[in-house]
Design a protein around this ligand. Structure first.
Ligand code: ZN
Length: 261
């Protein structure tokens, strides 16, 4: 069974800037989707901010195994209702790849619970990505390091929670370093943040970047059934305990009642 990946693009710079449009005539989301389908086992489709429900209806999300998110200029235009829906699906097990300036997206900040701020500079400088977790599936097929001749500098401090794993660390020509490939789990869902992807450089045409995205989709896909109701906290009555136990001491709750959540 193929992994169903959905590439969400804010799709604003491609229409407002001729240089971005020249790099991505069909939009960054289409270029990213094309990179994913170079891998057997991934079916990729796209959605954009401008569509009804931003292309992220409950039905669409229900059919999505891994969602990729690129946003920058219009984070504030994303509806809270859609953010709630995406968060719920991540909790249930949908994978989420957060790309470049989506560090400031509503969904990423919500899932991290921290400012997600960083330092930055747009000087077209070289970025060298070091694979610092060589056996990680997201780094499969990569050399020990690779370079991007022109990139936007994203630097520390990156105000995110301590990650589950650090896959890449970047060095920039100007001297900064940045944890550019990080993983977390929220509920049943796997999350990967990947730094490179500034809109005015051809980064989503780069073969190593495309490899990372394919690898990350495979890593984030959860083949187990969605964990529906993960947000519920049901009471397990004393009388129904697997081993017989007696009620001791005081309880503010009656057996089986809906408790505080
Ligand atoms: Zn950027």
């Amino acid at each position: 069974m193929s992994i169903k990946a959905l590439v969400w693009g804010e799709n604003v710079h491609e229409h407002s800037n001729a240089d971005v449009r020249a790099l991505y005539p069909d939009g960054m989301h289409e270029t990213i989707a094309a990179a994913l389908t170079e891998s057997t086992g991934i079916e990729a489709s796209t959605a954009t901010l401008q569509q009804p429900d931003h292309g992220l209806s409950a039905e669409v999300l229900e059919q999505t195994d891994v969602l990729l998110w690129w946003g920058h200029a219009a984070h504030g235009d994303v509806s809270e209702e859609v953010v709630d829906r995406v968060q719920q699906r991540v909790w249930e097990g949908m994978g989420l790849l957060v790309l470049h300036s989506a560090h400031f997206s509503k969904i990423f900040k919500r899932l991290m619970g921290t400012p997600c701020s960083l330092t930055w500079r747009e000087a077209g400088e070289k970025e060298r990505l070091w694979v610092i977790n060589r056996s990680h599936p997201i780094a499969a097929g990569l050399d020990p390091w690779f370079e991007l001749p022109q990139s936007e500098m994203y630097g520390e401090p990156f105000a995110v929670p301590e990650p589950m794993e650090t896959v890449f660390t970047s060095w920039f020509e100007g001297g900064e370093v940045f944890r550019s490939g990080l993983t977390w789990q929220r509920g049943a869902g796997r999350i990967f943040y990947f730094g490179p992807g500034h809109e005015t450089y051809p980064l989503y045409h780069d073969k190593n970047i495309r490899q990372v995205l394919r690898n990350a989709v495979h890593w984030a896909a959860n083949s187990s059934p969605a964990w529906k109701g993960i947000e519920n906290a049901p009471n397990r009555p004393t009388a129904e305990a697997l081993e017989p136990i007696e009620q001791r001491g005081l309880s503010l709750h009656k057996d089986g009642e809906e408790g505080f959540r």
